[in-house]
Each structure stands twice: as structure tokens, then as C-alpha cells.
Ligand binder design. Sequence first.
Ligand code: WT7
Length: 650
Amino acid sequence: MADHIESVLTEKRSFPPSDEFASRAHIRSRAEYDALVSRARENPEAHWEAIARELHWFKPWSQALDWSNPPFAKWFTGATTNLSYNCLDRHLTTHRKNKAALIWEGEPGDIRILTYQMLYQEVCKFGNVLKKLGVERGDRVALYMPLVPELAIAMLACARIGAVHTIVFGGFSAEALRDRINDAKAKLVVTADGGWRRGQVVPLKANVDAAIENTPTITGVVVYRRCGNSIVMKAGRDHDWGEMMAAVDARCPAEELDSEHPLFILYTSGTTGKPKGVLHTTGGYMTGAYITTKWVFDLREEDTYWCTADIGWVTGHSYVVYGPLANGAASVMYEGAPNHPDPGRFWQIIERHGVNIFYTAPTAIRAFIKWGEQWPAKSDLKSLRLLGTVGEPINPEAWMWYREVIGGGRCPIVDTWWQTETGAIMITPIPGAVPTKPGTATLPFPGIDAEVVDKQGKPVPPNSGGYLVVRKPWPSMMRTIFGDDERYKRQYWSEFPGCYFTGDGARRDSDGYFWIMGRVDDVINVAGHRLGTMEIESALVSHPAVAEAAVIGKPDDLKGESVFAFVTLKQGQEGTPALRDELKAWVVKEIGAIARPDDIRFADLLPKTRSGKIMRRLLREIASGKATGDTTTLEDRSVLEKLRAQEEEE
Ligand code: WT7
């Protein structure tokens, strides 16, 4: 690990919440926010207890936090609850009974709306289907589905009966599915014949067939018919969703589950080794997902809320399904690609459903920038009142574009930092209270004790880089890596004793705002100066010709590492040698000579994982001319071929 990370990006623009926004917000001023933060600091447990009391518990807790065996936390011990009950039953005695819970659009253009009452009925029925197929409390169920309402139904049905879901993103291969099923020892797979993606059918059932040739724990498969593509149904093993649902009754009481009952396992990649099964449990996760959705998105009863994430990622778990439904919100789901049938699709969805709150990823925003302003200009986006981002640092120029072009200059932007492991948003502006600045996730959520420390674990002074840690347990924290307590301890709790280590580098500015500098392994060392690759990328993206940039360190005899930049240009721009020189000079102007890229390679597209993360390891290998290793998580293989071909030309 690096000793010390230098931070060189400076950003002076600041956007306080408008009076109009603040006056109607849950948290209306900086003073109110500061009071909340200091109460939470004095007594974090009382703070979380007050929030948890907004939800339904069958039996109250005897202790808010049991931290007697760190790092294994127990929250709300002795209590019983049920997350499916809190997302559904709780609303049925209120005006929300006939409110839209899910507003869903399929990629081909079909629309379905499920009210809370309708969703409740479906969830109860599927709970009974699961039981009929022998699923019991604590059993794991793998969900490998397209983004259809039935995925949310299956999740809520698992939660209802105390089964543990493990969702595998529909873009993963049969191999990846098999490994996850085996690690989780899942009993059942729920899938679909296929799912729509850019007008093509993704053959989910065929992948399941291949995956479960080698999964000894699987006893059955439930298949939802989405695309009507031809599939093989194996008698005795495979069950048709529709037929099963028609044969069960619609009463399925929510089980009273211990607060620490496991809720889900979600696999995420580490820097080394096989994917880690991040385990989340019931009461604490519910509390975190609920309150962050309410305060960060400033959710109001009448809002139409849209988080564009796939449910196969944690963002979809917490902010498409559980957080919004626990709040009784109307949550929009869209099945397909943002550019199908054309790059205006998202903006049409916003206009059609009158979306008020829109939460997406910087990688998507950079794609929209590349496709051009003419697409959002075709739709009426005036319903929007709040924008959010998550997943990676957002370049200040992309932030400004988002604010002006999508938000019409009037919507606050919440840049939310968190991880699969944290379960819920950790560092974020509270939109009615905290002024935003482009490129920073601002301040910790009330009750979260985040800090930037040096290698010895001591807080670093303002504006110097360090390691992002969390010093106190919080309710939605992961409980362990499924089946590997030792790896959980080692990976997250051994680097800085007593602290959760996020793996991210960060700095705090003189206002105490957190600037995430990316994973510490994305830090490069140039002549003894450690630079966050994100900062150089932001500088490149701020050039008018550039749409996206990825910077990696290339081994260099003199400097340790040299700066190697892959750059995607906006449509209509040409990657000439003159532009290459101009961009180098631009970075020098924006950051300084230390960050000058030694190499710039123009690329049509960058190699990304299916979740949109740039595969820096591959870029490093390309930059150093080495043979490439594992590419199984790469979204589009042709990208790699193109980059390699260019290498030969040069
Ligand atoms: C990593 C977690 C949490 C949902 C999506 C990703 C990076 C996430 C931000 C942000 C800068 C961010 C961090 C983090 N990250 N949000 N707002 N600003 N970086 O979940 O796959 O678990 O990845 O994503 O590096 O550690 P994940």
C-alpha cells in the first residue's frame, strides 16, 4: 500500500441548495443537518434506533448494537421483523394500497404498473411457490433474471419466507453463475427464458442449463416466460412460473425473522481471488436502505423515482427495490439499454412517467455526453427535481453537463459514495442542506463516522490524500463474506485496526468534503508522486473534444510509472497527432507537468466490465504490450481487439 497519495485537483464551484428546494425538504438547512450529525456523533446507537422505530418490528430489540465480537456486528438484537412486510403489508392499510409500487417499462416498449396491493398478491403467491418447491428459512435461492417485475417479486418473496437470495446479474456467463451457485450452495434457481438487450434476446435459461450441469445443491428451476424464445424444459426439474403461480393461494404471512437473519448474498469482485459473497442481514440493512432513500433522495409521497441500476448490482437491491418500497415510493424500472431504439430512450421514459428523481452512473452520463445534447433536448425533463450519481468518481465536467443539460440548472445533484459492502449510501450531500461541488460526494451521512487516514491510521490534514476508513459500525454494514469469516477480517478490518477499510483513497478539502480518488490500486506513482488516475481523467474529460478517459500507470525505468491515457473523443472529433499534443498540454495546464500523459491512445470504446467499470488491468496489459489475462467479465470483446489492432499500427 502507498504511504501517501497526492491530490492535485482543485474545484472552486459550489452550489448551495435553492430556497425552493430546501424549504420543502426533509432536512431543510445546514443548521438542522449539523444538529442531526452532532446528535448522531454523541450517541450513534440512539440515532439509529430512532430511525429504526419508523419501521415495523414484530418484537422490539433489547440492544441496538452488539459489538462484543468485532468485526462481527449485530444490530437490533432480540428484535424480529420482516423486510417484505415493511415493503408491502405496512402500506396496505394506508392510501398507498392502490399507489403504483413499480412502474416498469420493457425494452420493446411494453409497460406494466403494479400497485402495492397487486405487488403484495404476487409476492405472497411466489412465496408459496418457493415453499412448495421445498425452500425453507435460511435456504439460498439464486435469481438470474432480466430486469422485470418478477425479479422484485422473487426477491420480496424470499425475504418474506426467510430464504436468502443471491442475485446474479443477467449479463454474467453460465460459468460465473455456476461458481456463485456453488459458493452459495443454492437450492433453487429462478430465471427467465430470456431478457431483452438492444433488441436481442439474452438466453438466460440456456445459460442456466449449462451452469447447473455442475451444481450439486440445485434441486429445481423456475422459469418466467419473458421473450417467448424456445427453451428446453426438463421434466421434474424445471417449473413454469405461470403454471406454478396459478396453482397456489395468495395468503403467505410474512415470517417473523430475527433482526440478524440473513437477507441476501451478493457477489463482488476483489482485487485478487474469487468473487466475495457479501452477506447482508435483515434489520440493519432495512434501516440503512430505508433512511438513506428518504433523506438522500428527499423522497416525497407524490414523487416518481427512477434509479437506472440493474437489480443484479447492490444499487438495484437498495435503491430500485428495498429502499424505495420501504418508503412506499413509486419506483420506475426499465429493462433494457439506454440507447434502444435510440439514445433518447431514458429521456422519453422521464417524460412519459413524469420522473422527479433520477439516479444513474457517471459512465452513463459520459455516454450521454458523447451521444450529444440533441437527445435530451427532444424530451420534456421539467418534472425532474433531483439528480443522483453512483459507482465511480464523477468528473467535474460531466457533473456540470448533468446539472445543466439534464437538470436544467435547477436540480441538486447527489454524488453518493458507497459500496456493495456498506449496503447503503455512506458519503453524500443531503440535498436541502449541504452545498454541492462538482466531483465530490461531500459529507458522511448522519451517523457514519468516515475519515481519511494515513498509513498509521491517523487523520490526514486537509487536502492531503489518504485512505478512506469508517471508524464505527453502522446498521447496513456487511456481516461477513459468506463462508469465509477470515477473509472478511483480513480484507476489511486488518489494515487499520478497529476501522473498516474501504479500499479507496480520498482527501478532505478545507470544508471537510470527501473527494474520492478511486481504489488505492488505481493510484499511480510518477517520480515519487502518487496521483489518483481519476484526477488526470477528469482533466482530460474537461477538454471539449474528450468524452471519456482512462488513465493507468505504465512501468517506466526512470519515473517508476508513466502516465498512459486512453481517450474516447466526442462524435465528430478526430484523433490527430496535433490533438494528442494539445491534450498533453491541457493536462499540464489543468494539473501540472507531473501529470503529463506520456502516451495518449485514442479509442472508440474502453474495455468495461458489465457493470460499467473500466478494466484498468486490461489497459495496463495493453499499455505494456503484455499478453492479456482473464477477460471473462468484459462486456464487449471487440473493444479489446480494436485496441490491440491499433497497437500494431502504431
Ligand atoms: C466502489 C464500490 C455502491 C454502488 C455501486 C458500486 C466506487 C462508488 C462512488 C462515488 C467515487 C465511487 C468506489 C467504491 N464508488 N460510488 N460516488 N464516487 N467512487 O458498488 O461495485 O461495490 O463498488 O465504487 O471505489 O469503493 P461496488
